[in-house]
Design a protein around this ligand. Structure first.
Ligand code: SF4
Length: 118
């Protein structure tokens, strides 16, 4: 699976930071883990793409995802507004974080899956 593919099921439907046509060499840790799960057939992206973005979902799963995903993300230190020291109230996490939060919320994956994928 290539970055072009995961743009279709993570970045375009879920990521407020994604800009069409912009070259980005790195993927956030959330997208890397989500891609790993799709490549290992633990997740069917066709089903997830229909999830509705709802801030309650990522707030519910924030602590778990910070621990297993954001702490290992290369964007955390400088580029991530969601993980900045003073985020604005309406800031969203990246698409990978939201994708994973939806999977946990729907009981498709749990913390043990994140631990193995991280
Ligand atoms: S929310 Fe920020 S730190 Fe967490 S995975 Fe996404 S880009 Fe990285």
């Amino acid at each position: 699976m290539t970055k072009k593919d995961f743009k279709n099921y993570i970045c375009r439907p879920f990521c407020v930071f994604f800009k069409e046509g912009e070259k980005e060499e790195m993927a956030c840790r959330g997208a890397q883990i989500a891609e790993f799960l799709v490549n290992h057939k633990q997740v069917n992206p066709e089903k997830i793409i229909k999830f509705i973005k709802d801030p309650k979902i990522w707030e519910n799963q924030k602590a778990m995802l910070e621990k297993h995903v954001c702490l290992r993300c290369s964007f955390k230190a400088e580029d991530c507004d969601f993980q900045s020291s003073a985020p604005s109230r309406d800031v969203e996490p990246c698409g990978g974080f939201i994708f994973l939060a939806c999977l946990i919320e729907k009981n498709i994956i749990d913390e043990s899956v994140l631990e193995k994928a991280a």
